[in-house]
Design a protein around this ligand. Structure first.
Ligand SMILES: Cc1cc2nc3c(=O)[nH]c(=O)nc-3n(C[C@H](O)[C@H](O)[C@H](O)COP(=O)(O)OP(=O)(O)OC[C@H]3O[C@@H](n4cnc5c(N)ncnc54)[C@H](O)[C@@H]3O)c2cc1C
Length: 449
């Protein structure tokens, strides 16, 4: 039998999609940079089925690309014509919510939003939240070590995981479905797979850590004059309002572009920075805090959302979908020490505008987590392309010793620049780990390293 026949028989009816029935969306993640359809899409229904097909692919040396919800922004799940894509979409569902240990056992193909809902239904809270929550899958979230808007309080995806089940390149099932917060019995192997973007193993199930519900969340929008004041506001909010749940900054051009496109009139006049912060303190205490900040001229203006609709409106500016219409839009995801983000934004803008004076360059993001996103939309001249923008953004970042990826991962798009954020010794160890776990190089080849 051929490999494809073996795969069809291992997966049963509907388990292999190939030829004309392949959907165009399987070519690329949300970066839109994938161009080939996969050789076929393999859809296991269980860990055992995934293990069986990995054994077959391993024996044949056939490359395999894990695909989750395809909302990634780094090209990590992009298909290749010579590789099978493994879709986790049928490996879906919540197996258990344990209220006593505040844990959830979930299959990797489950959309994040389903997990959030199940936690709430059980009087608990899943602290992972991102704009793609309706489409991204837990397996994709963990393999990218996703960040999102709650990192400032609860940490990244890695911090929400207690246990993991993974299928290795040769089909071995590695089950580390630990449910305890404390377990120091040797190496904590799950961390090898969290954030490795499907290059070391395919995540099939996870034990997630849940939290008590945070309580009623109040959303506030503040207008701020200087980047130093954004940082001072962050520190004051953390000490006066307790554990804030979000702290997101938007630079003037980003805020202006989105409010105009969304036809929202928020503040009188325009301000160099706008900050969304979320707190669970009583509204009266939040208003007292804001009044003191106004008095000290730390902020220039503030709006407290009085309804979920108003809070949604504030977040819609931050999510910034209107900006997607810009020509050749590139979205960068860098991190650097919080105090230096303002200086980096100025230097990076100056360098980009010196090359493309008409370009749109704007900044926004999870500043409370040292993470800023950069939107660059420009028309290229002859012989120019997106790599010319990459070079400038990352060259300036190098002066600040920042990281080329805060939360989106490396995928294919940032692979040529990984050496800017990792030392030769770190890269050598990454290659040794890849060689040890996937000696034939069949798992997500060409990604990350
Ligand atoms: C509107 C929007 C908002 C976003 N906001 C954020 C944000 O705030 N923070 C953030 O971090 N990201 C954000 N993202 C990016 C994206 O949603 C995350 O990277 C997400 O974690 C990807 O999950 P996915 O299931 O879509 O994975 P995919 O895009 O399908 O895959 C991502 C990577 O994981 C691998 N992979 C997928 N599933 C598995 C598995 N089961 N086992 C092993 N490897 C696997 C793939 O091979 C690929 O390398 C956003 C994206 C959009 C479109």
């Amino acid at each position: 039998m051929s490999l494809l026949e073996d795969l069809r028989s291992a997966l049963g009816e509907g388990g292999v999609i190939e030829g004309e029935t392949l959907a165009a969306r399987t070519t690329s993640d949300m970066s839109g940079t994938g161009t080939s359809l996969p050789r076929a899409v393999l859809r296991p229904r269980s860990t055992a089925q995934l293990s069986a097909i990995m054994k077959l692919c391993h024996a044949a040396g056939a490359p395999v690309i894990p695909q989750g919800g395809l909302t990634g922004l780094a090209g990590g799940a992009n298909a290749a014509g010579n590789a099978f894509s493994v879709s986790l979409e049928l490996l879906r569902g919540i197996e258990e919510v344990d209220q006593a240990s505040a844990t959830m056992v979930v299959k990797a193909g489950t959309p994040l939003e389903d997990c959030q809902r199940a936690a709430v239904e059980n009087g608990l809270f899943l602290a992972l939240d991102l704009g793609s929550r309706g489409s991204c899958q837990i397996g994709g979230n963990l393999s990218t070590n996703a960040g999102g808007i709650r990192v400032i309080r609860y940490g990244m995806a890695r911090e929400q995981v207690l246990g993991l089940e993974v299928v290795l390149a040769d089909g071995t099932i590695l089950s580390s479905m630990n449910r305890m917060l404390k377990n120091n019995a040797g190496y904590d192997l799950k961390h090898l797979f969290i954030g490795s973007e499907g290059t070391l193993g395919i995540i099939t199930r996870a034990v997630l850590r849940l939290h008590p519900p945070p309580g009623e969340i109040t959303t506030v929008l503040c207008a701020v004059q200087r980047y130093e004041d954004v940082v001072a506001l962050l520190r004051r909010a953390q000490s006066v309002l307790g554990g804030i749940l979000a702290f997101e900054a938007m630079w003037r051009d980003y805020f202006a572009f989105n409010t105009q496109a969304l036809k929202l009139r928020v503040f009188e006049g325009s301000h160099p920075f706008c900050v969304i912060l979320e707190s669970t303190m009583p509204v009266d205490d939040i208003e007292t805090f804001l009044a003191a900040c106004l008095e000290d001229q730390l902020i220039q203006d503030a709006l407290v959302a009085r309804s979920h609709a108003q809070a949604r409106e504030m977040w819609s500016v931050r999510e910034g979908h209107p900006i997607e219409v810009l020509p050749n839009l590139l979205n960068f995801d860098v991190s650097l020490p919080i105090g230096q983000i303002g200086g980096y934004a100025e230097a990076c803008t100056a360098a980009l505008l010196a090359r493309w004076p008409q370009a749109h360059v704007s900044f926004y993001g999870h500043v409370g987590d040292s993470n800023v996103h950069i939107c660059v939309g420009t028309h290229y001249g002859p012989g120019e392309d997106m790599h010319d923008v990459d070079e400038i953004v990352y060259r300036v970042l190098g002066n600040y010793h920042g990281s080329i990826s805060a939360e989106h991962g490396i995928g294919t798009l940032k692979r040529p620049y990984l050496h800017l954020s990792r030392s030769p010794e770190e890269l050598a160890l990454m290659r040794s780990l890849k060689q040890a776990l996937d000696p034939k190089g069949i798992l997500n080849p060409g990604k990350v390293i």
